[in-house]
Design a protein around this ligand. Structure first.
Ligand SMILES: CC(C)(COP(=O)(O)OP(=O)(O)OC[C@H]1O[C@@H](n2cnc3c(N)ncnc32)[C@H](O)[C@@H]1OP(=O)(O)O)[C@@H](O)C(=O)NCCC(=O)NCCS
Length: 139
């Protein structure tokens, strides 16, 4: 059975990243990232971390979905849907009647259809220009 909790070790976090071909981060970056996340959930099969999502925001209007990862052995079983659904619920719960919130993400190539299921749309569209990012600045 898959269970969900808001905790993950530095090693498990970097391991999930590596399993899907992403770069790893330092312990200092990890500690700050977790401390400053608005939201995060981790899927466990027993004590094995098999998926996660994280929300980074200002606590008011802007909230970005990041680190949506499912262990390759566990993909296609609904874990991705669950970790994004939990993020969406967090976003909904974070605002009051009459308020709105801006939810953004940068999709990995080929994953756009996955996110469209939650209502996200591909830019540019209408008056919205393309999303832009600088991969990272390395020292
Ligand atoms: C993208 C990812 C998180 C999906 O997780 P998952 O657990 O395999 O997805 P789920 O099993 O919950 O699938 C939910 C739905 O999305 C669909 N889906 C999953 N991946 C998809 C894709 N790449 N394209 C289109 N649809 C997709 C599923 O078919 C399912 O559809 P349904 O609701 O109609 O049954 C996972 O493939 C992953 O971790 N990939 C590597 C890391 C990555 O690229 N993350 C995204 C970063 S932006």
């Amino acid at each position: 059975m898959i269970t969900y909790k808001s905790e993950i070790t530095f090693e498990d976090y970097n391991n999930l990243r590596m399993l899907v071909g992403w770069n790893t981060i330092t312990k200092r970056q990890f500690d700050n990232a977790m401390k400053n996340s608005s939201f995060f959930t981790v899927a466990y099969d027993g004590d094995k971390a098999v998926g996660m999502s994280r929300g980074v925001g200002d606590g008011g209007y802007h909230l970005m979905l990041v680190d949506v990862i499912v262990h390759p052995d566990y993909q296609g079983q609904g874990i991705g849907r669950e970790v994004v659904s939990q993020f969406m619920k967090y976003a909904d719960d974070s605002i009051e009647s009459g308020e709105g919130i801006s939810l953004t993400l940068l999709s990995a190539y080929g994953k756009e259809k996955f996110y469209e299921k939650f209502g996200f749309h591909i830019r540019p569209v209408g008056k919205e220009g393309a999303g832009m990012n600088l991969k990272y600045v390395k020292k």
